[in-house]
Design a protein around this ligand. Sequence first.
Ligand code: PEP
Ligand code: MN
Length: 281
Amino acid sequence: MFDIKLASKQHNNHESIIKIGDESVGSEELCIIAGPCAVESETQLDEIAKGVSDLGIKFMRGGAYKPRTSPYAFQGLKKEGLRLLKESSKKYDLKIVTEVLDTTLIEEVYPYADVFQVGSRNAKNYQFLKELGKTDKPILLKRGMSSTVNEWLLAAEYILLGGNENVILCERGIRTFDTSLRNTMDIAAIPLVKELSHLPVIVDPSQGTGKRSLVTPLSLAAIAAGADGLMIEVHNEPEEALSDGFQSMYLNSMKEFTETIRKQANLSNRTLNLNTLTHTL
Ligand code: PEP
Ligand code: MN
């Protein structure tokens, strides 16, 4: 390990709590960020946003600009997707986490996002990370699919060095020799990062496994290992999804999911950041 300064425990010997409006990530309350991989249509997003907010979930994810491996795959609704995210965020009082793909899109996405998601593919785009460091928007920094923990923390360091202290780390699986799953979720990275850094760490078991049935067990494992939250892909009709349907939870299974997660959170002496006034549990 070398060169980690601003992100290190030595620099800041307490857990950083990242403020996102009136919400926070990194406190004893675990956050759940749920939503579709991609924004696909007004009806799709409205149904998911309603379902998610009915459960008391405060953060919704949804890609308007999608980084797809194939140029022939759905690339996102772009500006229209951002507009739909804003509409849902107002209607259902949800904080929006959405990906910003490159430097040229920072300004466009800025008014629509409460948190900028920085994707795995950009975790080594140092010029972009520097530009994000100049913004005042909280950043959810995915681990690069071939980044070591050290490289991941150094990516965060680039953002912190620019003056933006609001970085949330997100483990989303790495590529290993084992191709049984889409990625290999590195559970050990969670307590390791907690030892090395003051930054909050959440996990994305949807990209992390690429398999719906593994999202709950890996969520439980991540919380037991000390994660500060979860990012979960959910869809009203996963079979019809334009991206990542095979790893998306069914919207109607999310109530059971949050209940299961709550039990594990309590075992870890954490609570769940769910809106108990409106949720229907
Ligand atoms: C996603 O969250 O849909 C995504 C593309 O994530 P990642 O950058 O981790 O692949
Ligand atoms: Mn996805």
